[in-house]
Design a protein around this ligand. Structure first.
Ligand code: AMP
Length: 605
């Protein structure tokens, strides 16, 4: 048999998730709980507090949402569950996920609340009695202070990406909100890392929490060449198609998260001419084995599989593993890529990493003690070269192996009748052959530049707080606009707040991430000067966001963002050295924090 018996992982309903929610996750195509879900669901259903060390991509949203939604009281009108997130983008994403999980619960409402959206809309939506609120700390605090959000009957509070909230300067707001909630509420705190201030919050506000973390077993995988593609500018499917065009592969297994995706993606690849088949836990054993036999026999070349279905798979011709969806943990990554490089052969592993999933990439490198090299997607020219090469090869093979007498006669008679140049005749035939699959493909998708090289990934926060795991070597801070060089794919903007206004990098990250709806990881270098600062943001900022950012307030001043390239360069002294010690900002009263967030404040004189 080609597949091992899967370990006994309890199903969502065996874990005690409410039937309406189980129905929604079945429809979403989830097969089994991810490791963090398997560990968190039972204690959360029992009402325990939880401290989870997990990053994006582990399935942590469902880990807290499924049990906490299962405990909702259908008679209560006031908010029962509050999720705090560091950015508006994450608030929306989490709210959408929760809406999906709760879609079969009667009269279920979830409300995302974040800065940048009109207060009026949010106040109206609050009147619909949402059971769940997901929001950024500043705006949530605004509503509490206006008396519009009552948390006295709150049952549960989730702090999502707590370390990010700390990094962005929101931790004081978070504590103030925690103090506004009932003493007996349940708290779940998730953080990828556990810096001291987060640990302190956990100790102060969590009651005997269950601690869960993702295992990261160290393993080595020497025979496998590992690469990753940073998801930027192109859809994953388009990227995959390009890779398939130029990679020389024999058999390939592509990992996705859900049963539904195995079917969708296999169909799309079939439509693009690749012999593909899904492999998922919904298929019975006989059908799964038949699929595997087809793969072994070369009748199909690509399997699109979930982790569970691919457990123990041993197929020698599997030359490539593509992690289309990032795995939940490092162990699962090692297991996945172990489907290639069988019997001492060489294997290739390719991982797609969305910006939010970079931490998982770091965790994988640490666990495998190997560097995963960044790959560039093949360009249209690469694809054309490849197609031309294989076309020439086919011609050679045809000349060598086919009896062409009839065709030679045909072409000779054509040439004589039309007095044609033989090369021109051959060119016309080549044109006809490639008509439906042009040798020079026209790229229909925009090819945005890949913003950063691998090495930059670690250095791009030069002037922001160092990550605790990085050494404290401080490069000299830029002194001029000219010295503040943007990375590839980024543009430098000037904002009219600086050290004189007590601004710190995290204030700018927090304000820009929330107001521009930008992931904080996408905000590049920040250089704080005396009365202004430079911030690197991804190239191609839409005009409306630019206009909006001009009016955003930070430390009681409007950003007045502009593009400094049109202004003269002057010698300036850096007001804040290149790297700063991480740590808490001066404790400021929550009300001041609210003012910092509010953009409706009148401009101070
Ligand atoms: P998160 O780490 O919460 O951001 O989740 C990452 C992705 O995994 C989301 O797209 C979820 O829909 C998906 N996901 C979470 N749990 C499961 C599961 N048990 N099975 C399949 N997909 C899941």
């Amino acid at each position: 048999m080609s597949t091992e018996q899967p370990d006994l992982i309890p199903s969502f309903s065996e874990l005690g998730i409410a039937p309406a929610i189980v129905k929604a996750i079945q429809e979403a195509g989830y097969e089994t709980p991810s490791p963090i879900q398997a560990q968190s669901i039972t204690p959360l259903l029992e009402g325990r507090d939880l401290l989870g060390q997990a990053q994006t991509g582990t399935g942590k949203t469902a880990a807290f949402s499924l049990p906490l939604l299962s405990r909702l009281n259908d008679r209560q009108k006031t908010p029962q569950m509050l999720v705090l997130t560091p950015t508006r983008e994450l608030a929306i994403q989490v709210a959408e996920a929760i809406q999906g999980y709760g879609r079969h619960i009667k009269n279920f409402h979830v409300l995302p609340i974040y800065g940048g959206q009109s207060m009026g809309i949010q106040l109206r939506q609050l009147q619909r009695n949402p059971q769940v609120i997901v929001g950024t700390p500043g705006r949530i605090l605004d509503h509490i202070r206006r008396g519009k959000l009552a948390l006295e009957n709150l049952q549960s509070l989730v702090l999502d990406e707590a370390d990010e909230m700390l990094r962005m300067g929101f931790i004081d707001d978070v504590e103030t909100i925690l103090q506004e909630t009932p003493k007996d509420r349940q708290v779940a705190l998730f953080s990828a890392t556990m810096p001291k201030p987060i640990h302190r919050v956990a100790q102060r506000y969590l009651n005997n929490p269950v601690e869960v973390h993702i295992k990261s077993k160290t393993s080595t995988v020497d025979t496998i060449n590992q690469r990753y593609w940073q998801v930027t500018g192109l859809h994953k499917l388009d990227a995959l198609t390009r890779i398939l065009e130029v990679e020389e592969f024999d058999g390939m297994i592509i990992f996705v998260r859900t049963k539904n995706s195995t079917v969708d993606l296999a169909e799309k690849l079939e439509a693009r001419g690749y012999a593909s088949s899904p492999l998922n836990g919904d298929m019975n054993q006989a059908l799964r084995e038949k699929t595997i036999e087809k793969m072994k026999a070369g009748k199909i070349d690509i399997l699109v599989a979930t982790d569970v279905a691919a457990r123990g798979l041993d197929i020698q011709r599997m030359s490539h593993v593509v992690n289309y969806d990032i795995p939940y943990d490092t162990e699962s990554y090692v297991h996945r890529i172990g489907r290639t490089g069988r019997a001492g052969r060489k294997g290739e592993a390719i991982l797609f990493v969305a910006p939010r999933e970079r931490r998982m990439l770091g965790a994988i490198e640490k666990a495998t003690k190997q560097t995963i090299t960044r790959m560039q997607l093949p360009s249209s020219e690469d694809i054309a070269d490849r197609r031309v090469m294989s076309f020439k090869q086919q011609m050679t093979e045809t000349i060598e192996s086919q009896d062409l007498a009839f065709f030679e006669k045909l072409i000779t008679s054509y040439q004589e009748e039309h007095n044609a140049d033989p090369v021109e005749v051959a060119a016309a035939l080549a044109f006809l052959v490639q008509k439906h699959r042009p040798l020079k493909p026209v790229s229909h998708v925009s090819e945005r530049k890949q913003p950063r090289e691998r090495a930059d990934r670690d250095s791009r926060q030069t002037n922001r707080e160092p990550r605790s795991e990085r050494p404290e070597r401080a490069p000299r801070a830029p002194r001029t606009r000219a010295e503040h060089k943007p990375e590839e794919g980024m543009k430098t903007y000037r904002v009219e707040v600086g050290a004189e206004h007590n601004v710190e990098p995290k204030h700018l990250v927090g304000a820009i991430a929330n107001e521009a709806g930008l992931e904080s990881q996408l905000i590049g270098r920040i250089s704080i000067m005396d009365d202004h600062s430079f911030v690197d943001l991804p190239d191609g900022m839409p005009k409306d966001i630019f206009q909006h950012l001009r009016k955003v307030w930070v430390n009681q001043r409007q950003l007045q963002i502009s593009m400094p390239d049109s202004t003269p360069d002057v010698m300036e002294k850096p007001a804040i050295p290149a790297r700063q010690k991480p740590g808490r900002t001066k404790k400021r009263p929550a009300i001041a924090a609210k003012k910092r967030q509010s953009k409706s404040r009148p401009k101070p004189s």
